[in-house]
Ligand binder design. Structure first.
Ligand SMILES: O=C(O)CCC(=O)C(=O)O
Ligand SMILES: [Fe+2]
Length: 215
C-alpha cells in the first residue's frame, strides 16, 4: 500500500484538451488563485462555480460513492465518529449547512518554473478524506518535470515521499490529510501532503476533484 491509487485513462486525450481549454473561460470559475501571492508555490488555479461543467459534476458524483465506503472504513480504523452518507448530495448538504457552500473542484495551470508546495486541501470543519486529480497534459511532450508527489508522515518517523507516475488522462486518488496505516502494534494515523515538483519546461494542466465544499 503506497497511499494512493492510479486509475489509468480516466479521460481521453480529447477530453483532456477540452478540459484544459476551459481554463481560458473565466465565466466558468468563482475565483482565481495566483499561488505566489499566498506562498503556495508558483502557477495558478481557478475554482469552478456551480453549476459545475457536466464532466466535472459527473466525475465528482460517480467517484464519491465508492470512495465513501473507503472513507467510512478509514474513520472506523482511526476511531473517528463521523460517517459519510452514500450519496454525494447528502454529504454536500452537511457541508452547506455548516457554511461550506463554495465549490472546490478546480483547474490548475503550471508554466516553466512553476510548482505546487506540499499542502492539504482542507476547507472547513467537514472533510472528506480522499480526493482525486486528473493530469490533463502529457509528460515528456507537453511538459518536463512537474511530477505529482505525495508525502507520508508516520508517528515518530521522518517523512517519506512517493512520486506518482501519471500520464495524460490518468487519475490519482489520494488522502487529503491523513490515512490509517497498519503497524506492528495496531493502526495509526499517517499525515499526508501532496504537491507538484518544478516544471522544467512546457505547460501542465490538472483537474482537481475535492468532495467537501469550502467556507
Ligand atoms: O497539479 C497537480 O497535479 C496537483 C493538484 C492539486 O493540488 C489538487 O488537485 O489538489
Ligand atoms: Fe491540492
Amino acid at each position: 500500500m503506497n497511499g494512493y491509487a492510479i486509475v489509468p485513462g480516466m479521460l481521453t486525450a480529447d477530453e483532456c484538451a477540452a478540459m484544459a481549454a476551459q481554463y481560458e473561460q473565466g465565466q466558468l470559475f468563482r475565483g482565481r488563485i495566483v499561488m505566489a501571492q499566498h506562498g503556495f508555490g508558483s502557477g495558478e488555479y481557478q475554482y469552478f462555480r456551480y453549476p459545475l461543467p457536466s464532466t466535472v459534476a459527473a466525475l465528482r458524483q460517480a467517484l464519491y460513492g465508492p470512495l465513501a465506503a473507503i472513507a467510512n472504513r478509514w474513520h472506523g480504523l482511526l476511531g473517528m465518529d463521523t460517517r459519510f452518507p452514500a450519496e454525494h448530495a447528502q454529504f454536500l448538504a452537511r457541508c452547506h449547512a455548516a457554511g461550506q457552500q463554495r465549490p472546490t473542484p478546480l483547474l490548475l495551470r503550471y508554466r516553466p518554473g512553476d510548482y505546487n508546495c506540499l499542502h492539504q486541501d482542507l476547507y472547513g470543519e467537514h472533510v472528506f478524506p480522499l480526493q482525486a486529480a486528473v493530469l490533463l497534459s502529457q509528460p515528456g511532450a507537453d511538459f518536463e518535470g512537474g511530477e505529482f508527489v505525495l508525502t507520508e508522515q508516520r508517528p515518530r518517523q521522518q517523512s517519506r515521499v512517493e512520486v506518482v507516475p501519471l500520464t495524460r488522462g490518468d487519475m490519482v486518488i489520494f488522502p487529503v490529510a491523513e490515512r490509517p496505516v497498519q503497524g506492528a502494534r495496531g493502526v495509526y494515523r499517517a499525515g499526508m501532503r501532496h504537491g507538484v515538483s518544478r516544471l522544467r519546461s512546457g505547460l501542465r494542466h490538472t483537474l482537481g476533484v475535492i468532495f467537501h465544499d469550502a467556507t
